[in-house]
Design a protein around this ligand. Structure first.
Ligand SMILES: Cc1cc2nc3c(=O)[nH]c(=O)nc-3n(C[C@H](O)[C@H](O)[C@H](O)COP(=O)(O)OP(=O)(O)OC[C@H]3O[C@@H](n4cnc5c(N)ncnc54)[C@H](O)[C@@H]3O)c2cc1C
Ligand code: SF4
Length: 327
């Protein structure tokens, strides 16, 4: 690992002051589950690490009846929050499914949402792919079984964060601080496709930090996340879905349907949302929406199996939100 300087920032102002505008030179360090692995593999080689575990570690109600989750809250803390679970099961279920207890005890909300892609070519220093400034995406003609089935490239990663997907489904807002103050970004606008931002995955500037995830009041919404894994293991899901359904009695008034592990960003499906709106929540309605969700998928050479898995994840997430039996 390359040697680096270390700043122990007491709070957000001090942390921002210790970052800088050059991409990759100064990096925030939260639980270190992702960043330290990248540094050991020479994929990240910062000159300075800024410890951001001093950011807000609280989960608190907001005056409007929503919830505000600090970036330094651990995944275990979020998964075990009774209030968060009652209000947003889509979020707490996603947190509870991440990795292993050890990873959840150390990994933070801010670090999870900003973790870097898992593409094995990206993670291997011997492959100078597009995302690292090279001229080739090795996944196109290579081992692409876990890559994207949506999006037109030029990079075909899937977004790795389990919390990103329910954040978009729940219409969360992300509070961001930087040298000129704070801004609030819709979760749906936070993640960026590779054709807009090849070297990063979000709108964050190198000297900005995510400080809070703010969830709107749940109202009468029913929410759920459903993940499909290769087997019962600690690994990332093959595909998953989070849904938020605003209900009027048994009828869906509005829906947000978002798929994970299928595209470089959490992949919202307007077609699935339209298919649900105005319908009663039944297995048939869930199936129709799930079919709509995977229309337009463009699998790569080795991952067409993910289309069926994504369809199943959407159907089961809807049924779970509806309180219908999923298997
Ligand atoms: C075996 C294994 C299985 C896993 N399975 C899953 C899974 O199923 N789902 C899933 O989502 N994850 C999974 N993970 C990833 C793990 O959840 C993340 O690595 C972890 O949550 C990162 O959080 P951290 O606090 O350790 O972040 P760090 O490693 O400290 O940081 C991660 C990145 O975010 C940046 N960062 C940190 N905090 C902030 C901030 N506040 N603002 C801006 N940038 C910031 C850092 O600079 C770094 O680039 C798995 C990991 C392992 C090892
Ligand atoms: S998918 Fe992206 S990160 Fe992976 S090899 Fe292609 S360009 Fe690199």
């Amino acid at each position: 690992m390359k040697s680096f300087a270390y700043v122990n920032a007491a709070g957000e102002k001090e942390a921002v002051a210790a970052l800088g505008p050059e991409r990759g030179r100064f990096l925030p360090l939260a639980g270190g589950m992702d960043l330290l692995a990248l540094m050991k593999d020479y994929i990240a080689q910062p000159d300075r690490l800024v410890n951001v575990k001093g950011l807000d570690r609280a989960i608190a109600r907001t005056p409007d009846g929503g919830l505000r989750i600090g970036a330094a809250v651990t995944l275990t803390q979020l998964a075990e929050s009774a209030e968060a679970r009652r209000m947003y099961p889509a979020m707490t279920d996603a947190a509870a499914e991440v990795g292993t207890p050890q990873i959840r005890n150390v990994g933070t909300v801010g670090g999870n949402i900003n973790q870097r892609p898992r593409c094995w070519y990206f993670r291997n220093e011997e492959f100078p792919c597009l995302k690292k400034g090279g001229s080739t995406c090795y996944a196109v003609d290579g081992e692409n079984q876990y890559h994207a089935i949506f999006g037109d490239g030029p990079c075909h990663i899937v977004h790795p964060s389990s919390l990103a997907v329910p954040s978009v489904a729940l219409n969360a807002k992300f509070r961001v601080v930087g040298p000129t103050g704070e801004r609030v970004v819709d979760a749906g606008e936070y993640f960026q496709m590779p054709d807009r931002n090849l070297f990063g995955e979000t709108v964050l500037a190198p000297n900005e930090l995510l400080t809070h995830v703010m969830l709107p009041p749940p109202g009468a919404a029913r929410t759920a996340t459903y993940e499909v894994r290769f087997k019962q293991s600690h690994d990332w899901p093959l595909a998953f879905a989070s849904v938020a359904l605003s209900m009027s009695g048994d009828t869906v008034r509005g829906a947000r349907v978002v798929m994970g592990a299928v595209a470089p960003i959490p992949w919202r499906s307007p077609a699935a949302e339209a298919a649900l709106t105005g319908k009663r929540l039944t297995e048939e309605a869930a199936m129709t929406a799930a079919d709509a969700a995977v229309q337009g998928a463009k699998p790569m050479t080795l991952n067409s199996y993910k289309v069926q898995i994504a369809r199943t994840a959407v159907k089961r997430a809807i049924m779970k939100a509806a309180g219908l039996k999923t298997v």
